[in-house]
Design a binder for this molecule. Sequence first.
Ligand code: B16
Ligand code: MG
Length: 224
Amino acid sequence: MIACCIFDLDGVLVDTARYHYEAWASLARDLGFVFTPEQGEATKGVSRMASLEIVLRAGGLQDRFTAAERERLAAEKNARYLAAVARMTPAEVLPGVRDFLCDAARHDVRRVLGSASKNAAAILDRCDLRACFDAVIDGTLATKAKPDPEVFLRGAAAVGAAPDTCVVFEDAAAGIEAAMRGGMRSVGVAGGESLAAATLRIDSFEGCSFEALAAALERKTGDL
Ligand code: B16
Ligand code: MG
């Protein structure tokens, strides 16, 4: 059975990945180099400071800044990102997401947010999604970044669900690995081959009912 669905935020419920990328790319421009969308892929699902390392390495600047300067660069990126978040509206919730969350609730399934982002609360508020969740575990609570399973295990514990009754929805390979390490099944959302390790993959939540998804997972694993 499925007692709990745990949702990543960026790239699963909302398309904030492009705002993250634009903020990193503009920081890179200020530092004198181009950070490409392909290079931006590697920042998905990883923490802010780990993302900064990826950006600096892309510009050959990995040895240039002190820890204090790195904190300042990350804060600058975050300010640019938050300016975009402040303009978000509920219309930016990805297609089918709201219906799927309501459907899961009708089936008495707990809904948990499990995100690496320290800005998750602001995004949930902007998009009018907060009331859809029984628990929110984000980057302000979890201390270990995905692929460590901490964020998902904390989420399961918050609603009293055993890991093997949880399904994680993720758009990043690090998140699929975190689900596996936590003993949970996973659904890869819109990630193509990079999410091949997921139990199941879907292109989006559009037209996806909870029952159909649970049945598809059962066909894959035989014990849900
Ligand atoms: P912040 P998720 C992740 O969120 C993003 O995918 C990743 O690109 C970002 O660096 C990370 O949150 C930290 O975000 O700077 O807002 O704390 O995909 O785990 O929901
Ligand atoms: Mg994500």
